[in-house]
Write a protein that binds this ligand. Structure first.
Ligand code: GLP
Length: 248
């Protein structure tokens, strides 16, 4: 596969990404397939804005099919701390889509048959047209931790220590989960367009490795350079370790 350089936008602040993301959303032919959502603080403003679009009818819920990247193992949609629960809290119309079978949750039990059925369901609905992505500070995308083979599909994974640490406040006073169900790197690369956002100094090293390091399983996000339609939105802090970039 050819390595096209991702389109990288370095923005003055994270807030500047919201209009770009809304433009990407409007420019996506969602009648053809799914919107692939991501969780995490990075996408909270976008999810809230999407919720407003759907609530006010500016965007028609009837035209939307959606899915997401990953779920903690054993976390059904109603369980607090889980990814679907987070998506529904930030964007309540997604819960209506879920009830109507138009939001496809990642099977939280991680059973191979359920994962296969989920992949098939996504495929039959037209595949993911626009996949939103964050990045972990260890370079993970979804929950594909360093060392995950690039050829992976949906699978159960053991969370890396930094990933569990970053999730600690979400589960306090309990312990963060040890395992999750995640879309694979090959699954992610199957989307028509990828938009990855990274904000803050804590992401800077992972961003530099993703964009300017070797394409290696040690930095799972580096494989995104094998996709030909990628937009990367960074704030200045997340871009600060890139060689040859000097801000917005
Ligand atoms: C989790 C998710 C990732 C997400 C990452 C970043 O690890 N599995 O998909 O990219 O969090 O989260 P945040 O946006 O909170 O930094």
């Amino acid at each position: 596969m050819a390595n096209a350089l991702p389109n990288v936008r370095i923005l003055p602040t994270a807030a500047h990404a919201l209009p770009l993301l809304m433009d990407e959303l409007r420019g996506t032919q969602l009648r053809r397939g799914l919107l692939g959502l991501a969780t995490g603080a990075t996408f909270q403003p976008f999810l809230q804005a999407l919720g407003e679009e759907l609530r006010t009818g500016r965007m028609r819920a009837e035209e939307l099919h959606a899915t997401h990247l990953d779920e903690y193992l054993g976390f059904p949609p109603e369980r607090q701390g889980g990814m679907v629960h987070e998506l529904g809290t930030n964007c309540p119309p997604l819960l209506e889509l879920l009830a109507r079978g138009r939001f496809f949750p990642v099977p939280h039990d991680g059973e191979p048959a359920a994962l296969k059925a989920h992949e098939l369901r996504v495929h039959r609905a037209g595949g993911v047209q626009l996949q939103l992505l964050g990045i972990g500070r260890n370079g993970h995308v979804a929950f594909n931790e360093p060392g995950t083979p690039f050829e992976s599909g949906f699978h159960v994974t053991t969370l890396a220590p930094t990933t569990r640490e970053d999730a600690r406040t979400r589960f306090a006073p309990g312990e963060p989960p040890t395992h999750a169900v995640t879309s694979g790197l090959q699954t992610v690369l199957g989307a028509r367009k990828l938009v990855l956002c990274a904000f803050g100094k804590q992401k800077a090293k992972a961003v530099a490795a993703m964009l300017q390091g070797e394409i290696t399983t040690a930095c799972p996000a580096s494989v995104l350079r094998r996709h030909t339609n990628v937009l990367v939105c960074l704030d200045k802090e997340a871009a600060s370790e890139l060689v040859g970039h000097h801000g917005a």
